[in-house]
Ligand binder design. Structure first.
Ligand SMILES: C[S@@+](CC[C@H](N)C(=O)[O-])C[C@H]1O[C@@H](n2cnc3c(N)ncnc32)[C@H](O)[C@@H]1O
Length: 291
């Protein structure tokens, strides 16, 4: 925790708002999206999801993926507690919702669904198809149930370890074409469609994403490995968002390595997130901005 506060203090010293940002792309993003304080109807759906989770006192058996992707424990936890501890905050959820809209995201991928708060933030009110991956089957079941209650039919939930599901990516389209009841690419992961969880999943699946939100395994090696693997799933205008880049010295190291990667052009450090853009037309530049 001490590390976290020190990192935050360093961030405050280095960060700015839109002033001094000379890149028109980043200036527009900051002023029209980060600092957009209008209230959008989609926020109500995001709030409804959170409220329903906080009132949900069921105990579920959670499979913990904390140590790398090795499952090390299984534990009973209250759904409401998971939402409080693992879920995205309301402020970040609203920002994620605006980012999907502002960047005109049509296909998004999330690593780490948990109980679905980040997924709903992307999907609500936006013309986007969201694919989300969760390793814990019980947690995923709760998320799918909430997506159904909210009538969100633009989400596809894949249950499995990130490593396995990402490896299977090339096969997703093929699986959809096969029209199978459950999509079981290599029997290590299964798909749940929120609308019809036990029938064919008719959501379009793509191998390329406009936005990739990486919010699962907050460890250096895992983060770098997802980054490398998913580079083949981005295009010039994609954004990758890494959660908790200042959580530990290791995560900060991972963030520095990502920034230096030759295909990375623009990065924005908002303290809680690191945004990565690949825009070939732009000079390499790193921003530190209070969102
Ligand atoms: C911080 S939570 C995600 C929060 C969510 N994105 C949100 O915005 O509310 C991280 C989730 O990632 C899952 N996870 C972590 N490592 C994983 C792995 N290697 N494979 C599959 N799931 C994993 C955990 O089970 C947990 O539910």
């Amino acid at each position: 925790m001490f590390y976290f506060f020190k990192a935050y203090f360093r961030f405050l010293l280095r960060s700015t708002n839109q002033h001094g940002v000379h890149s028109p792309f980043v200036f527009g993003l900051v002023t029209k999206c980060f600092y957009d304080h209008k209230k959008y109807p989609a926020y109500q759906k995001i709030q409804k999801h959170r409220k329903s989770l906080l009132q949900d006192k069921r105990n579920i058996r959670v499979t913990d993926f904390g140590a790398g992707s090795r499952v090390f424990s299984s534990d009973e936890r209250k759904v409401s507690e998971i939402a409080k501890n693992a879920g995205i905050t309301s402020k970040r959820a609203r920002l994620l919702n605006r980012l999907v809209n502002y960047l005109n995201v049509k296909n998004a991928l999330e690593l780490g669904t948990s109980v679905g708060l980040g997924t709903t933030a992307m999907a609500a009110g936006n013309k986007v198809q969201v694919t989300t991956i969760e390793g814990c089957p019980e947690t995923a079941k709760v998320a799918a149930e909430k997506f159904r209650e909210l009538g969100l039919d633009n989400i596809q939930l894949k249950v499995g370890k990130f490593e396995d599901v990402i490896e299977d990516r090339g096969q997703w389209t093929e699986d959809r074409e096969k029209n199978s009841k459950f999509l079981i690419p290599n029997s290590k992961s299964v798909s749940i469609s929120p609308k019809q969880p036990t029938t064919d999943n008719s959501q379009p699946i793509t191998a390329h994403y406009d936005l990739i939100y990486i919010d699962g395994n907050h460890q250096k090696e895992a983060t770098l490995s997802y980054f490398e693997k998913l580079l083949s799933a981005v295009h010039n205008d994609s954004v990758m968002i890494f959660d908790d880049i200042h959580w530990s010295a290791e995560m900060e190291e991972a963030w520095e390595i990502i920034k230096e990667h030759p295909s990375v052009k623009v990065t924005i450090d908002t303290f809680f997130w690191g945004l990565v853009f690949f825009r070939r037309e732009q000079e390499k530049e790193h921003f530190v901005i209070r969102a």
